[in-house]
Write a new protein. Structure first.
Length: 234
């Protein structure tokens, strides 16, 4: 029987964000895609619901915000999970005195921008998403995808990034965890994956040199190889 793998997309991305990654390994695993926007409410959380139903432990993989949501789910349903893979993700996005993170004013400005000039805000975000080598085609494709999500959903996703802090729970994560991060990620500081690696009991960190935040598109084959190797060694 194929190993079941749950995939959680990142903020403003849809299920197709995983297509380039899984196309070479979809014969090895049984993938189920879950939208980040389906996991924003605790009482109606599709990832939680999927984990409640499984009979055998599954692998959970999340990208960016999806990785944070996946981490939260694994903490709550650790007996239902065998591995966790976090891609350009975090246990806490916002900085504090002793932690390298993002200035909360940046998230606040994004929330404000969504209401003032939504398309302009998302275009600026897309340029960072595909940094260090953004191109017009990738940005336009991303903007088309964002039309699937309401401003309310996008704002709620930002609120989760602003307010969620799971650092104090990391020592309780019993499963194997792989963190994959891009050396040139301009959205999620690489130090956040280094923090995860330091504090997770069974954590592994792999850095893809030259990659920015959206490595699911720009470095899909490398990500796929790391996923297959990690799950296969489980």
């Amino acid at each position: 029987m194929k190993k079941k793998v749950l995939l959680v997309s990142g903020w403003a991305a849809d299920e197709d964000t995983w297509n380039n990654v899984i196309e070479d390994i979809e014969d090895d695993f049984l993938f189920k895609k879950i939208l980040w926007s389906e996991c924003l409410d605790r009482k109606n959380n599709r990832l939680f619901n999927e984990l409640e139903k499984v009979q055998e432990p599954v692998t959970v993989i999340g990208s960016s915000l999806g990785g944070l949501l996946a981490l939260q789910a694994v903490i709550e349903y650790s007996s239902k999970c065998s591995e966790l893979i976090m891609i350009c993700s975090t246990s806490r996005m916002i900085k504090d005195e002793h932690y390298v993170g993002v200035d909360p004013k940046i998230i606040g400005a994004m929330k404000f921008g969504l209401n003032l000039n939504r398309k302009g805000l998302l275009r600026d975000f897309a340029a960072k998403l595909f940094s260090p080598d953004p191109n017009t085609e990738d940005i336009e494709k991303f903007l088309k995808v964002t039309e699937k999500f309401s401003t309310k959903e996008l704002t709620k996703g930002l609120d989760i990034l602003l307010n969620t802090d799971l650092r104090h729970k990391l020592r309780e994560v019993p499963v194997k965890v792989l963190n994959i991060h891009g050396s040139r990620d301009s959205i999620m500081p690489i130090e956040q994956s280094e923090y995860l690696h330091k504090h997770l009991p069974n954590g592994t960190l792999e850095i893809i040199e030259g990659s920015g935040h959206n490595m699911l598109v720009t470095h899909a084959k490398q990500v796929a190889q790391k996923i297959k190797r990690f799950i296969g060694n489980g």
